[in-house]
Write a protein that binds this ligand. Structure first.
Ligand SMILES: Nc1nc2c(ncn2[C@@H]2O[C@H](COP(=O)(O)OP(=O)(O)OP(=O)(O)O)[C@@H](O)[C@H]2O)c(=O)[nH]1
Ligand SMILES: [Mg+2]
Ligand SMILES: [Zn+2]
Length: 219
């Protein structure tokens, strides 16, 4: 009985995610689901991305947090097309929450939606939101063992970002260990090393996004 209930929850979410996916496809909107532990740099990356794509791409942002509008207020300085979801304690976003957020968003002419998931490396990866790509952000100060300790998010993400590279010289982060573990878990996924503070690697990240926007029709 217990298993049946869990299956129903995930089936319901999958059905809603498929509806979201159709909506995004029909409107030609690329949707990226950003996953990371708290503080790895999701909001910082969104801000740096908006700054770099200004005038090139029309971007909407969905901010997921258990409470507060803190991140949405930060984003609002760079775009007013931002919607905050407060999950009220739930530690991940689901497809229904995203549907509700999108209904409050201006979608006309939109090219790209960046979804900041709740800061949590565990369950957000299990909930399909209807996105095109899942992207995990790990950061140098979290340590090089995150792929070993939290494998599913690294296995299921389409792109792995390693943020806070500016801190690598003052940390004991073992780059070759991290790369080796990623290679074992998800050999097909690209890894982009970057720093939202210094800007290292952001050009490569922006190119990755632009390439996906351009190819959206081929998905
Ligand atoms: N040194 C350094 N600090 C960074 C970098 N990127 C982000 N930070 C800092 O890390 C802290 C957390 O960054 P956020 O962007 O708020 O992280 P987040 O993943 O959105 O955090 P939550 O929303 O709480 O999950 C802030 O103080 C940022 O200024 C970076 O590349 N280098
Ligand atoms: Mg944030
Ligand atoms: Zn959760």
């Amino acid at each position: 009985m217990k298993i049946e209930v869990v299956e129903n929850v995930l089936k319901y979410n999958k059905d809603q995610a498929d509806k979201n996916r159709n909506l995004f496809k029909n409107n030609n909107i690329l949707v990226l689901n950003l996953l990371s532990s708290p503080g790895a740099g999701k909001t910082s990356l969104i801000i740096e991305t908006i700054k770099r794509l200004k005038g090139m791409k029309d971007i909407g942002v969905i901010e997921g947090d258990i409470s507060s509008t803190y991140d949405a207020e930060k984003i609002k300085k760079f775009t007013d097309n931002v919607v905050q979801i407060n999950t009220g304690g739930t530690c991940h976003l689901n497809a229904t929450m995203v549907e509700q957020a999108v209904s409050k968003m201006r979608t006309y002419h939109l090219d790209l939606i960046l979804i900041e998931n709740v800061g949590n490396l565990i369950c957000p990866v299990g909930f399909d939101l209807g996105e095109d790509y899942k992207i995990v952000i790990s950061s140098v100060n979290e340590g090089d063992d995150k792929p070993v300790k939290y494998p599913p998010v690294f296995i299921k993400s389409n792109l792995i970002l390693l943020n806070k590279m500016d801190l690598i010289k003052i940390s004991d982060f073992n780059q070759s260990f991290f790369d080796k573990k990623i290679g074992e878990l998800n050999p097909r996924s690209e890894v982009i090393k970057l720093s939202c503070k210094t800007g290292i690697g952001l050009e490569k990240w922006v190119k990755w996004v632009l390439d996906r926007c351009k190819n959206k029709n081929d998905l």
